[in-house]
Structures are given as structure tokens and as C-alpha cells.
Design a protein around this ligand. Sequence first.
Ligand SMILES: [Zn+2]
Length: 63
Amino acid sequence: MPIFEYNCNHCKKEFERLVFAGEEGNVLCPECTSADITKKMSATSFMGASIGTCASDAPRQFS
Ligand SMILES: [Zn+2]
């Protein structure tokens, strides 16, 4: 199950959401409930695609 990172364009809050298939359009900001959010591509997604294993165990990068 993919966890996506989002950026709220309204209050600038960053948050993560576990999103099931078909629910991507239903994500709201937990802070201000705005739907004006941007999904971010996480570095771990690219890592998992290239390595192929242990994607969920990859260390998180804190930017
Ligand atoms: Zn917000």
C-alpha cells in the first residue's frame, strides 16, 4: 500500500497519507481540510523501483 507525501497549497502543511486505489482524489489536508494539495514524489519510490527489494525498509531521507 503506497504512502504518498503531500503538500497543502493552502496552509503549507506537509503530511503523509496512506492512499488506497481510487482514493487519490479524496485526500484532504488534515490541518485545514483543503483539497488544494500537491502530491510529492518521494525519493524512496525511485529507490525501490531501481533496487527492486527492501523498498519499505529503505532508510528515510529527511530533507
Ligand atoms: Zn492545509
